[in-house]
Each structure stands twice: as C-alpha cells, then as structure tokens.
Design a protein around this ligand. Structure first.
Ligand code: 5AD
Ligand code: SF4
Length: 449
C-alpha cells in the first residue's frame, strides 16, 4: 500500500516501537534521547506521531513479515488521517534485510541498523529533502561516542556495556546482525552510570549479548573483566542494585563468580542460557560446552551465593532433536530448579548453518515439546516463589499496581512483588514475602527507606 500524502519534512513528534531484547529497549531509549536533542518530542498518548521508528528484532519467527504488516498498518492509519508519518525501520531486521525493505516498502524513508542509529539526525535531514536514507554500517564504538548524554529517568535503567557476538551458535543471527564482540571503555560506562544515577536510577542492569565477555582497562590502567566493572560501579553512592544479562557459560571467570559473594549491591540472580540438556544437540548448536560443564558452573555460583536465583534460555526442536534428547533438557530443568526461564521453539534463520541442517522438526512436535518444557519451568518457578515466603527482602518500587494504594516492584531475585502502602516510585522498601503466585509474590510492608 502506498501513502496518499507525503510525510512531514520536519517531524515534531515521534514514537519508537521496540521489539525483542533489552538491548533494543536500550537502543530505543537512546534514539529517543537523540530525537529530543533535535527538539522532536514524544507523541502524546493516543495521537499519531509524525515520525515512527520500528525498532525491530530478527531473532525468531517471521520478524520481517511483522515489519511489513506494521508498515501497512501505519500507512493505512496515515491515509485515513490524511497525514502520513515518516517511517524509519531500525534494529536487527533493518540490518539483515535493509535493501529488501527499501525495495518492498516505498512508505519507508529511513533504514538504520543497530550500530548506526547515532546518524539518525543526518538521515532525517535527507528525508526532509524527500530523499530516502539507508545506513547499516557497524562502527559500534563511534555510535556511543556520538550519542548525547543520558536523560532517561526512572528507578531501573539499562546500560549497554558490550555488544555483538563471536560465538556463532549455529541457530543464531546475532553475530550477523549485531556484528563482532566489542566492549565499551570503562570510563564511558562509569560516566553513563553516574548520569543515570543523577537522573534517579537506583538499579542498573548491564547489558550485552555476551555481557560477561566485557573487558577493559580500569581507572588504574589495569585490565578488568566484568567483575572489575561491577566492583567499580558498586562504589558509586546512590546506586543500590546491579544486575547483568546475558552471559555465555564459556566467558565466565572466577572473579565474576566470586563477585556474587563479595558485592552486596550485585543482586542474587544469574541468567545463563544453556539451550539444551543434550550434549549431542549442544555440539550441533556449536555451544562449545557440555551439559555437565554448565551444571558444574552453576554449582560454583551457588557456592558463592547460596540463595542465587537461576534463569536460562532453552530452544526446543533444534534440527535432529530426538525425544530422548529433549528429555535430557527436561532433566536439566529439574536438576537446576530454575527460578525463571525462557523457552522457544527453534526458528530457522536465513543464512545460519542450522537452517539448512537435516532433520528439521515438525511444528506439532515442537509445540508439544514446548508445552511440556514450559510446564516444568512453571512448576519450578512457582516452587521458587513458594520457598521465598516468610523472608523479608528489599523491593525496588517500579510502578503503581492495578488498584489504588497498590505498588509493584522487584525482589533481589527479580520476582515481581506487589504490596500496599504509602510509597513512591524509586523507593526501596523492606517487604515480607507473604503469598506466592505462579508469576508474582504478594508482600507485606515492614518499613521503607
Ligand atoms: N530459534 C529459536 N530461539 C532462538 N534463540 C536465538 N536464536 C534462536 C532461533 N533461531 C533464543 C536463544 C537465545 C535467546 C535470546 O533466543 O535461546 O538465548
Ligand atoms: Fe546467539 Fe550464541 Fe551469540 Fe548468544 S552466544 S548471541 S545464542 S550466537
């Protein structure tokens, strides 16, 4: 479908729609900040924006198809209102299929990859002249240098410390869409963290596709890994909580494991994807670790921080996965007793080795395996919530609940906790965990600070 009116030359309002992972959420916030610098404001709730950025995800499913249907919807709404928006496609679908998008969707004015969005202002200038602009270069550090200082407000903030992936798991598009592993410099991260804290952040989640592969030089010129960065962040007054995600088992080091026992501000939570409990499948996935080595690693974390909540990612129906191999995954879930986990049906991604492997699994088999896996995960999540009842812990208030006087926040173990009382967003309150649900816990207030 074609727009019946031309998009505004100088957009005054924007909306960023981010899909997929937390890094996309972070990128979306930074794009918003960049637009703010240019005097473009967020579109008021319920109003059509002059500029719409679709910040896309390519990791699973027919992500590209979803982009085209979103574009179609925007054009239709624009035609009805007699006012077409300027449409930009950002994120990993833009990176992987930018040329195709430009060819297939005349309504799109800008295609910008995840490592190039600092150039959005120039691209908007081009669009103002009626030209279309594509940028899918990958100068990752240059992007961070070119972005304005952080303006995000709120108690819990993301901070990208590392991007890209060199692991090349055979099912995954990330090494192609986000590029090679890079680490942002230590001093830039401390400065960005300070800005976020000044703007009210009490909790910072360090982000990276392989966040635990972060390396840098600390303020004394010593080589530091993620543990060193965490120790340095923990020394900043006003920052109360530190988290990090997502890690690869092979990038774990002793210092990071030890940090969980040493740094009080580092929350007792670890997201460590394993994907499968079968060594044959792990090998075919090119994970470069075994089920046993993963389990041994988790034991070390439990030794350093006995109450640590464990989380993971799983893929069911990888090409060639047998029923017995799938049962190895179920056994692993039972052995680890995850507090939380994400599970996905294998989705063949164009250009990845697994997409052309023999033994692609029928959708009905994948559906059935996913259901069984999710039932096991849900069982352990509920058990974790039940086991936490009776404890008192700090909860960071993040938003209001459904009813007046209700608040929602996160426990140190990343459980959603709701409770009643007289609070404000950003408060850290002492809460007694009183009643477990499958996905949240009801708490009773002790005192607030
Ligand atoms: N199909 C299904 N799940 C995938 N993931 C990555 N690539 C695919 C794919 N092709 C999952 C992995 C990863 C999480 C971010 O997404 O579990 O850890
Ligand atoms: Fe993808 Fe594997 Fe890299 Fe994770 S480690 S981003 S699953 S290639």
């Amino acid at each position: 479908m074609k727009p019946t009116s031309s998009p505004p030359k100088t957009p005054r309002t924007y909306r960023v729609k981010s899909f997929g992972c937390q890094m996309n959420v972070y990128d979306g916030e930074r794009m918003a900040e960049l637009l703010g610098e240019r005097g473009i404001a967020p579109a008021p709730e319920g109003e059509e924006a002059d500029l719409v950025i679709l910040n896309t995800c390519h990791i699973r499913e027919k992500a590209a198809e979803k982009v085209y249907s979103d574009i179609g919807r925007l054009v239709k709404a624009g035609n009805k209102a007699g006012k077409s928006p300027l449409i930009a496609v950002a994120g990993c679908v833009a990176q992987a299929e930018g040329e195709e998008i430009m060819a297939r969707a005349p309504a799109v004015s800008i295609v910008v990859g995840p490592q190039a969005y600092h150039r959005l202002p120039e691209m908007l200038d081009k669009a103002a002249k009626g030209e279309r602009a594509t940028d899918t270069d990958m100068p990752a550090i240059a992007k961070f240098d070119a972005l304005p200082a952080r303006k995000k407000r709120g108690p819990s903030a993301f901070l990208t410390v590392q991007e890209g992936c060199d692991k090349f798991c055979t099912y995954c598009v990330v090494p192609y869409t986000r590029g090679a592993e890079i680490s942002r410099p230590f001093s830039h991260l401390i400065a960005e963290a300070q800005k976020l804290i000044e703007a009210g952040a009490k909790e910072i989640t360090l982000l990276g596709q392989n966040v635990n592969a972060w390396v840098g030089e600390d303020d004394k010129g010593h080589r530091a890994g993620l543990a060193g960065l965490i120790h340095a962040l923990a020394r900043i007054d006003g920052l109360e909580r530190i988290r990090y995600t997502t890690s690869h088992p092979n990038d774990m080091d002793e210092a990071l494991i030890a940090a969980h026992g040493e740094v009080a501000k580092l929350m007792p939570y670890l997201h460590l994807p394993v994907q499968s409990g079968s060594d044959r499948v792990l090998k075919a996935m090119n994970r470069q670790h075994t089920a046993e080595s993963y389990l041994r690693l988790l034991e070390k974390f439990r030794a350093a921080r006995p109450d640590i909540a464990l989380s993971g990612d799983f893929i069911v129906g990888f090409p060639g996965e047998t029923e017995a191999e799938f049962e190895d995954t179920l056994r692993m879930v039972d052995e680890v007793r995850y507090a939380h986990a994400f599970s996905f049906k294998y989705s063949p991604r164009p250009g990845t080795p697994a997409a052309t492997m023999e033994g692609q699994i029928a959708p009905a088999v994948m559906d059935e395996r996913l259901q069984r896996l999710q039932a096991r995960i849900a069982h352990h999540q509920f058990a974790f919530n039940q086991a936490s009842i009776g404890q008192t812990c700090s909860v960071l208030v993040e938003r209001t609940g459904k009813l007046p006087g209700q608040w929602l926040g996160k426990s140190p173990w990343l459980q959603s906790v709701w409770f009643e009382g007289d609070h404000a967003i950003g408060d850290l309150v002492e809460v007694e965990l009183a009643e477990a649900g499958p996905n949240s816990v009801m708490g009773i207030i002790e005192r607030s600070s």
